[in-house]
Each structure stands twice: as C-alpha cells, then as structure tokens.
Write a protein that binds this ligand. Sequence first.
Ligand SMILES: *Cc1c(COP(=O)(O)O)cnc(C)c1O
Length: 418
Amino acid sequence: MKHFSYQKKQLHIENIPLSTLIKTYGSPTYVYSYAALKEAYESYQKAFKPLNALLCYSMKCNSNLSILRSFINLGSGIDIVSGGELFRALKAGADPKKIVFSGVGKNAEEMTYALKKGILMFNVESAQELALLDQVALKLKKQAPIALRINPNIDPKTHPYITTGMKKSKFGIQYEEAFNLYQEAQQRKGIHIRGIDCHIGSQLTQVGPFVDALERVLALVDKIQSQGIALEYLDLGGGLGIRYNEEKPPTPQAYARAIGKALSAYKLKLILEPGRSLMGNAGALLTQVLYTKDRDNKRFVIVDAAMNDLIRPAFYQSYHEILPLAQKSGKKEKVDVVGPICETGDFLATDRALPKLQSGDTLAVLSAGAYGFSMASHYNTRPKAAEVLVKGSKHYLIRKRENLKDLIKGEEIPKALQ
Ligand SMILES: *Cc1c(COP(=O)(O)O)cnc(C)c1O
C-alpha cells in the first residue's frame, strides 16, 4: 500500500491529498493509482520474462474501461468470464488474440461472439460445454481454439468462497476425466486443441499449492502429448494474494522461481491470469462519516459507503485497513464501521481500533482496487460510486457517479398498471 501514505498528516495517493479528491468528486468515491497498477504489472513482467509468459489481466476484479486500457497499453492480454466482459475488453482496445475466455457457464451467444472476434482460446470447463462449442464453431465454419480447465484437486488454503480447484467445486473438469475429454476433443471437427488450463483459487498466500497444481497438470500434459495431442499453452490462472492486513503473500518473483524449474523441461507457452495482485492495492474507497451511535458496549460509525459499494467484508468476512484522511493521534477505540443499508451484514469493519471519529470525518478503505467496484450493486437503490484514476500529478474521473435516472434505466410500467 505504499502508494497510499501520510504526508504532512494528510493521507495521499501518490502525491495528491485524498481530501482534494473527495472534495472534487464527492463521497463515496473509488480512487486508483496508475503508478501502483503499473508497478504491479511490471513486477510480474520482469519475474516471468525468463519464462516468456503471456499475462492476461483477469478483468472481473476491476473492469473499468480506463483500467483495462492501462493494462492493454502496458502490453497485457485479458482474461474474460462473460460476453459482457468481452464487449468491455474490446471497447477498451484489447487485441482478441490476447484474450482467454474462462467460466463455467458460457452460452451459445457468448461462444458465437468470441469466435467471431477470434479470441486466443476458450478455457472449457465441461464435456457438455465442449460439445456445444463444437456445434457453434461448425455452424460458423470455424474451429474453436480451446484448453480444458483441469480441476487438480489441490487445496489452495484460502477462503472457501474463493477456492475453485477442489473436487467439490463447480469449476473445471475432474482430473480423472480430463484425459478422455482431450481424446474426444481431438475427434471434434469444430475444436482445435491449443492448451491446458487450471485456476485453483484466489488470495493464495503461499506458492506450495501453485507448485502442486502445476505438477498435477504437467503429469497430465505428459500423458496427453504421449498420445500425439500437441499442446502449445499452459494457463495457470490467477490467484496470487495481496496484503490486506498481516498476510505475507509471495512476490511474482518468488512465484516464478517456484514454478520455473518444473516448466523448463516443457516447450509450453505460459499464460497467467492475475487479477487481485495487479489491482487490489492500487485502489481505495473514500467515504465520509455521517453519524456515530453508541450502544451498551459498542460504538457504530455510520459512513456513506455500504456493502453495495464494497461487499467483501460482508461476503467474505474480509479485512480492509481503514485510515482517516486527516491523520489523528490520541487513544483508539474499537468501533464497527457500518453503511446505511438495511442489513445487519452491512459493515466495512467490525471491532476495529480507530482514532475517535465524528460526523464529517473522511476515511479511506484500503486494498479496494480489486473486487470492489466490479462487485457493486444498486441494492437499496443506491447509485454506484464515482471512480477516479490518479496518474502523475493529475486525476481523472473515469466513471461518473450515477444519478437517480441511472437507477431506473430500462424499467417500464406496463399499460395494464397505468
Ligand atoms: C477470478 C479468476 C482469476 C483471477 O483471480 P485473482 O485471484 O484475482 O488473481 C483468474 N482466472 C480465473 C479463471 C478466474 O476465475
């Protein structure tokens, strides 16, 4: 979080006081540091250069067009999980040849769209999906480039909701079934096998599970290639963790070192799909204290951002550091920082030691650059927050705060009700 720091007792993003941004753009507002995302991208690039990896930014973590454009300009490909994401990625200027399409439930319309645009490959997650993709491709007189997403049955030791590579999870193809499905794919005229894929989970704080997954996948690669099925790509997915609180996740360099040796014996082009580790610590959510309220043994700090803006604390019980924009000294007190939404689960922090806060104080909720705005909703009919990008000495509004009209867009009352 080095791009967010106190200078002269004012919290800054790079060299801009956050108080300036909240005054200019209002509250709540997401702010992102271009320098932070660039540094994160370049540290991957540097670490994986010897392995000649293609980095495909996993855009579901933050799909703002300007964020996408930033990564595209840095040379990144994109990992998408829906037709909507493909539309966004193309709008932002992505090269289809650097787009991989993951996801457990792609429909025919999405397949058609992606085939027409000529993406790099589909990461196929079931036998039924493979059959449909084959049909759709044949109808378009095309071949669909694919990898099969293998479920290596490895415990990534992370939160259950973001564990994706274990037997009981809905994702991927069971390890034991994968070999047969490759043979089936080889027979299908509308399918062109390009690679193999896995993604075992998110917010991994150790490299061990990645190495274990890679070993399992490489054993399968041996078996597949021995049957004369050629593979060009090995996609290891995303999942590298970040520091929210006390975590000490491995660096991209440590990750590269850990998998480099096993890979060196193979002529496979590596693809990685990092999301959180590129954007998480590049963003913060700014919010203002509305009220405070005291209960028996508890103080609530009610702020103007809520679970519809940042759902991670409510959804995953996740920790986000919270700092006042104006540095405060003095005794800390334990409080719950809560939003205005009518849900007891609507909190940004519970039992958090913070300096004494009062109405009008402004706060930054850190590590909110990934799975923040992209998971925002309109729940309680709340307009979505503004998004601002800081680049050098300048700041840019990259998404306007929504207004009341935006909230009812597309709705119509039928004549019968008039
Ligand atoms: C979510 C996701 C990613 C990105 O995960 P992070 O933990 O944000 O790096 C990559 N690949 C797939 C298939 C995903 O679903």
